[in-house]
Design a protein around this ligand. Sequence first.
Ligand SMILES: Nc1ncnc2c1ncn2[C@@H]1O[C@H](COP(=O)(O)OP(=O)(O)OP(=O)(O)O)[C@@H](O)[C@H]1O
Ligand SMILES: [Mg+2]
Length: 304
Amino acid sequence: MSEACPVGADELWPLEARVQHTLRTDDASALTVLGYGEISSVLLLEGAAGRFAAKRLPRFDGAERVARFSLLLDEYLAALRAAAVTPVESWLVDLPQGDGTRIVYIVQPLLDPAGLAPKRLHALAERPAGDAEVARCIDAIVAATVRCVSGTVGLDAQLSNWVFVGEELKYLDVTTPLLNDEHGTTRLDTDLFLASLPALLRWPVKRFVLPDILARYHDRRRALRDLVANLHKERLAARVPELLARCNRDLPGAPLTEAECRKDYQSDASTWALLQTLRRWDRSWQRQVRRRVYPFLLPGSIER
Ligand SMILES: Nc1ncnc2c1ncn2[C@@H]1O[C@H](COP(=O)(O)OP(=O)(O)OP(=O)(O)O)[C@@H](O)[C@H]1O
Ligand SMILES: [Mg+2]
């Protein structure tokens, strides 16, 4: 990664202590959550060098696994740059635990919320169809997606993963480095992320659900369909026709339609909703029956 991480591990330990407190007590008052993704939670970190976003990953079982993930992350950031997609500056910090496991955070500069793509488009909500500024935002995201997505490099094009820093578009969701090998097999350590599911379900999800979830990030049409469909979740459905028209300029074959995107959205939303429900059940089981601390911060109900 480019420059040295501006946040030391000594600054992340207190944040992790607050996370552990929240996991033990369910009292989240000591944490500022910037966003819950489907997998990681994004927390505010006030550091000596400024304010940062700290993205907490699932627990790693040892240093070697962290090293492999770190290399893949570096390679992913380089692959994005090679496709002229600028990732938000990102650093990996790991916190060795007493039992040999590692807690890993991806640290990024705290972004101005007004630049986040959903916010930016909401701020332009009153602009009529065809407005130049709206078109510029949409064009930047679609063009970056088309440049980057391939059989080997993947990207989640949804609006919530993009930010405008000044006029420059950047990609912020780098916690799951989406790289495939030459056979189209993911190089991501998927077991790490599957660990956030109830044990009984990990194998079936890995076998039957995950390949399709990952494939959509490596296929231009599907990545763009996801971006269009996601406007519903962002309450920006009025922009669907403009976005569709822009996507179709770069898609060969039959034009993408609103109906196709909506269908995709409904199936995607129900997959994620089901996974979240299962995680909440698992949390209750772990806490009430096994008397264990459930190790993940889960979002409350997500409006889809
Ligand atoms: N550097 C940042 N500064 C401010 N807010 C951020 C930053 N990074 C992320 N966020 C907020 O948190 C949300 C989720 O972030 P991100 O996409 O990285 O995580 P994610 O969706 O959980 O990723 P995944 O699902 O792949 O684990 C973003 O949409 C944004 O609102
Ligand atoms: Mg995201």
